[in-house]
Design a protein around this ligand. Structure first.
Ligand SMILES: [Zn+2]
Length: 186
C-alpha cells in the first residue's frame, strides 16, 4: 500500500511540475516502411529452409538468399531502421559479406531493436503484410505473431495475401510498417 501511495505522489508531483510550464514535453511519433522480396525455389536450385518471421515451416520450396532469407524479419528490420532515421539492412549487413552467409535474421532485427532502444524510441507496433502463394499465412499467423511479439516486445500484426495468379507466384514479398515514439523535451 505504501508503494501505491508513493507512486501516486510521484505522478502528482510530475503533473504539477509539467503544469508549471517549466517544461513542455511533446511526443515525437514516426513511421517507417520496409519491403523485402525473395525468390522461392527447391533446395536443388538454391532454396533454403522456409522460414517466416522466425518460424520454420515444412515446404518443398524456400527462399533463395545470402542469409537465411527470412523476408519478414528483413522487412521489419528496414521498417524499424527507417522509422528511427537510421541506416538500412543492406548497408548494415551486406549480402556480399561472408559473415552474413546463412546468418539468422533475428540478429538483424535485434540490431534494429537495440538501435531503437538506444535512441530512446519505444516501438509502438509493427504491421506486416506477406505476399506468397505457399505456404498460406492464415494458419501460421498466430504462431508467427507470438514469436515476433516476444522478440520485439511490441504488438505485431501479420496478414497474408496471395499473388492472385500473376507471374510473381514464385516469390515471397513482405511489406512492414513500424511506428515508434519518444518524448522530446522542448
Ligand atoms: Zn531479404
Amino acid at each position: 500500500m505504501n508503494n501505491v501511495l508513493l507512486i501516486c505522489r510521484i505522478v502528482f508531483m510530475v503533473h504539477r511540475h509539467f503544469d508549471s510550464g517549466e517544461y513542455n514535453v511533446t511526443m515525437d511519433i514516426r513511421v517507417g516502411h520496409g519491403y523485402d522480396l525473395h525468390r522461392l525455389d527447391s533446395p536443388e536450385n538454391g532454396g533454403k529452409k522456409m522460414v517466416i518471421g522466425g518460424v520454420y515451416i515444412d515446404s518443398e520450396i524456400g527462399p533463395v538468399a545470402h542469409s537465411d532469407g527470412d523476408a519478414v524479419m528483413h522487412a521489419m528490420t528496414d521498417a524499424l531502421l527507417s522509422a528511427i532515421g537510421d541506416s538500412d539492412l543492406g548497408t548494415l549487413f551486406p549480402n556480399t559479406s561472408d559473415e552474413n552467409e546463412n546468418r539468422d535474421s533475428k540478429e538483424f532485427l535485434a540490431e534494429a531493436v537495440t538501435r531503437a532502444n538506444a535512441g530512446g524510441w519505444a516501438i509502438g507496433n509493427i504491421d506486416v503484410t506477406v505476399l506468397c502463394d505457399e505456404p498460406k499465412i492464415g494458419p501460421l499467423r498466430e504462431k508467427i505473431c507470438a514469436n515476433l511479439r516476444s522478440f520485439v516486445g511490441a504488438p505485431i500484426t501479420i496478414k497474408g495475401k496471395s499473388h492472385e495468379g500473376t507471374n510473381r507466384g514464385g516469390a515471397i514479398e513482405v511489406h512492414a510498417v513500424a511506428l515508434v515514439q519518444r518524448g522530446v523535451q522542448t
